[in-house]
Design a protein around this ligand. Structure first.
Ligand SMILES: Nc1ccn([C@@H]2O[C@H](COP(=O)(O)OP(=O)(O)OP(=O)(O)O)[C@@H](O)[C@H]2O)c(=O)n1
Ligand SMILES: C[C@](O)(CO)[C@H](O)COP(=O)(O)O
Length: 238
């Protein structure tokens, strides 16, 4: 089954602070987007990577990505006004013969290619949709204003990462629902798996990876540099 990956990369990175769009900010000497595309292209199942770039930066991103040998076809499309629409633009650009789709944030640059492959294999062999998850390490409370309403049972909660994987038909149906549903409801939905849940689809989980953390605020770049330093040291020893 032909597998492709969509990389939503059109966000501004407001929480990271002023600067170029987040996907183009450097980590260990290369833009976040380059790390993310490299990991996907190195996953054996992935034959095509579609990047949804900021509308004003499509040509910049095309030129940036053309400088590398990827081992998979890489194409760039214009992103949308939010993450969901960027993924929808990527979906619209997929060739008809793609049957499995990974969706992976450019903002998770260090997710291992082994994780992408594990997600793809899970969808190929036993699921309509698969997401990597990690347990919560903090106690979690529901709060209104500054008042605690209740403490949640964290043993049943998981933090969700990307790449998320889907049968293409299921992801397309979920996005078609979102395109016609109440915009207020859709605006509360923050990942593709939630869209699939919303149409009654079954989503399975596999263990995520610490390296698949999301770069959201400035301290996350420090964490990323530390992971890269360790990765390079491990590579030099091997
Ligand atoms: N219109 C948008 C908004 C977000 N994204 C992508 O969705 C992923 C997850 O979004 P997030 O981490 O929230 O990125 P930003 O929207 O850039 O961050 P912020 O909310 O701080 O501006 C990122 O890879 C981002 O580039 C996208 O493709 N198109
Ligand atoms: C898709 C995601 O990374 C899964 O955890 C997350 O929902 C993106 O959230 P953001 O607020 O758009 O960064």
């Amino acid at each position: 089954m032909r597998t492709a990956a969509i990389v939503p990369a059109a966000g501004r990175g407001d929480r990271l602070g002023p600067g170029v769009p987040k996907a183009l900010r450097p980590l260990g000497g290369a833009p976040l987007l380059v790390h993310a595309v490299r990991a996907l292209a190195q996953a054996p199942s992935v034959e095509l990577v579609v990047v949804a770039a900021p509308v004003d930066d499509v040509h910049t991103v095309e030129r940036l990505l053309a400088d590398f040998e990827w081992g998979a076809e890489v194409v760039v499309v214009a992103g949308g006004v939010d993450r969901r629409q960027s993924v929808a633009h990527g979906l619209a650009a997929l060739p008809a013969d793609v049957e499995i789709v990974l969706v992976h944030d450019a903002a998770r640059p260090l997710a291992p290619s082994e994780l992408a492959e594990a997600v793809a294999v899970t969808v190929r062999t036993r699921a309509d949709a698969c997401i990597p998850v990690v347990p919560l390490v903090d106690t979690v409370k529901q709060v209104v204003g500054d008042q605690v309403v209740r403490t949640l049972d964290r043993s049943q909660l998981r933090a969700v990462q990307t790449p998320q994987g889907f049968r293409r038909s299921v992801l397309a149906k979920a996005h078609a629902w979102a395109a016609t549903a109440d915009p207020a409801e859709v605006a509360t939905i923050t990942d593709d798996a939630s869209l699939v849940e919303r149409i009654g689809g079954c989503v399975v989980t596999i263990p995520g990876a610490p390296e698949a953390f999301k770069v959201t605020q400035p301290s996350d770049l420090l964490l990323g540099e530390a992971f890269l330093t360790r990765r390079r040291a491990d590579g030099a020893r091997a």
